[in-house]
Each structure stands twice: as structure tokens, then as C-alpha cells.
Design a protein around this ligand. Structure first.
Ligand code: AMP
Length: 283
């Protein structure tokens, strides 16, 4: 496995790989790998000849009061895991390398970013699309894999790729969970043992919402109220949002007709956790 920390070198490497007919896959990450990340890498490997994984904790996607400084990092551990999965190139640029003095350009997807997490994290998705666009230009992948765990992010990236005619196939990978249902996240490391127990309320909410819909309760205010009560009954929790919306536009809906996205963000202690699921009435 090759480790590259320089943008020019990475671009040269990508040009050579393309010249020799290789299909490049990219999995962008912020590191501190868990099985969810590794699954994305395994999927990406299947679709490509060369797998590039980037590790970059992107400062411009964090708000001033968010966890940029304390975001967990473990480059040595990540290198070992990436090697075991069969990653070909680990791209680990510094902040100075990605945002040299004078940097002033932004990529912004306008409407999809107004909902869900976008409402509570102003500027977050502009930071995401800007860094992902940069990574696409540096690594020149044919395909890139993103997790459905960050459903809105996946939709926003797909939109950017379509709108800006980027010739890259975006693949969404299912959410990888711990055996008890908690969605894997680097931020789970912030949880104490008791908070870890409370964090299960997100997956329990998804299961409850699905069973309500299957019983014919499809009014979203009713479902959201039940979820609120369930989450509030778990200590250490603070709800940021619970949304039931159209899976394509992310606009709130009042009644589930066929398919809907349930998405939520809940603080458990200091950890801001997100989870989501598509709810289908007839499945
Ligand atoms: P992050 O390092 O948190 O920015 O995540 C990097 C990529 O891994 C993103 O595309 C995430 O959506 C994806 N990811 C994170 N957690 C999971 C998970 N539990 N299951 C599937 N994909 C995930």
C-alpha cells in the first residue's frame, strides 16, 4: 500500500493509472476506521482495479462550536486496517496542502442542503461538496462510494456530480451496524457505557416507525410524536431533529403514501449521532 500526502504526486499517480487503463475507485473518509468504513472499501474494491482511500478531517465542514479539534484520529491504526482490506493508495493530505493561503472557492448545492442536518449545521454541506470536488479532481476516480448512513450527504454528492457533469459513478453503501443495531460511527467513541446503552434509541425509533407504518399509522406527526417520547425516555439524550420526508427532495411530508425517509439527529451526551432508514408502506 502506498501512502501519499502530496496533491501533485497524487494527481501524477492518478494520471499514470488512467493512462494504463486502470479503473480507480475512491472512498473519502475522515479516518478512525470502523467496520462501516471497511465495508465501503470492500465494495469499492469489487468495482475497480485500484482503490484509493482518503483520510482528511476537513476543517471547513465543521462549525465553530463543533468537534473538529477533538475528532478522533488514529493514522497508524487506520494504515494497518486499510492494508488488511487491500487498499492500494492511502491519500492523507494536510490542511495546508488542501487549503493553501489564498483559498477562496466553494461548491454549493442549494436546495437539498436546506433540510435535515443542513438546517442545524450552516455551511456544513458546502464544506463537504467543496472538499469532495477537490478530492475528485486530485484522485480522478471513475467511481466513488459513500455510506447511506449519511443519507443527505450521499444525495448532495449525487446532485453535485450530476449538476457539474462530473464523470464519476456514485455508489451508496448500506449502513453498517453493531450487532445490537447502533450504526457504526467514529463519534461512538465519545459515548460512556451508559450513554452507549441510550444511543440504541435511534435504531429502536426506526424499528418502531416501521412497525407503526405496517400497522397502518401513516400520519407523520403521530409517528414523530411516538419517536420523541421513545427517545426522551432514554437518559443523556437531546433531540436535534426528527424528520419524515420525501427521499428524493428531503422535504417534510405529512402522510406516508409509499416510501419515506425517516432521518434524525440526537445528541447522546456530547456525541451528535445520526441515523436514518427508508420506510416502505408495502414492504
Ligand atoms: P466519515 O469518516 O464519518 O466521514 O465517513 C466516511 C464514509 O463512510 C462516508 O461515506 C460515510 O457515509 C460512511 N460511513 C460512516 N459510517 C458508516 C456506517 N456505519 N455504515 C456505512 N457507511 C458509513
Amino acid at each position: 500500500m502506498e501512502i501519499i500526502d502530496n496533491v501533485n504526486l497524487m494527481q501524477q499517480k492518478a494520471n499514470e493509472l488512467r493512462l494504463h487503463g486502470n479503473k480507480i475507485a475512491l472512498v473519502p473518509t475522515m479516518g478512525y476506521f470502523h467496520e462501516g468504513h471497511l465495508e465501503l472499501m470492500r465494495i469499492a474494491k469489487k468495482y475497480s482495479d485500484v482503490l484509493v482511500v482518503s483520510i482528511f478531517v476537513n476543517p471547513i465542514q465543521f462549525g465553530p462550536s463543533e468537534d473538529y479539534n477533538r475528532y478522533p484520529r488514529d493514522i497508524k491504526g487506520d494504515e494497518k486496517k486499510a492494508k488488511e482490506v487491500g487498499v492500494d493508495i492511502l491519500f492523507i493530505p494536510s490542511v495546508e496542502e488542501m487549503y493553501p493561503e489564498g483559498f477562496q472557492t466553494k461548491v454549493c448545492v442549494e436546495r437539498l442542503t436546506q433540510h435535515l442536518c443542513g438546517k442545524f449545521r450552516p455551511g456544513h454541506f458546502d464544506g463537504v461538496t467543496t472538499v469532495v470536488a477537490k478530492l475528485f479532481h486530485i484522485i480522478k476516480p471513475h467511481i466513488a462510494v459513500f455510506g447511506q448512513k449519511d443519507y443527505q450527504q450521499l444525495m448532495v454528492i449525487k446532485r453535485m456530480v450530476k449538476d457539474l457533469n462530473m464523470d464519476i459513478e456514485i455508489i451508496g453503501a448500506p449502513t453498517f451496524r453493531e450487532t445490537d443495531g447502533l450504526a457504526m460511527s467514529s463519534r461512538n467513541t465519545y459515548l460512556s457505557k451508559e450513554q452507549r446503552e441510550s444511543a440504541l434509541c435511534l435504531k429502536k425509533s426506526i424499528d418502531m416507525a416501521k412497525s407503526m407504518v405496517h400497522k397502518g399509522i401513516c400520519t407523520t406527526s403521530e409517528i414523530k410524536k411516538a419517536i420523541e417520547e421513545l427517545i426522551r425516555s432514554h437518559p443523556f439524550t437531546r433531540i436535534e431533529y426528527i424528520s419524515i420526508c420525501d427521499p428524493d427532495t428531503l422535504e417534510e411530508i405529512e402522510e406516508i403514501k409509499e416510501r419515506a425517509l425517516l432521518a434524525m439527529a440526537v445528541y447522546v451526551g456530547k456525541a451528535r449521532l445520526i441515523d436514518n432508514a427508508i420506510i416502505e408502506k408495502y414492504k
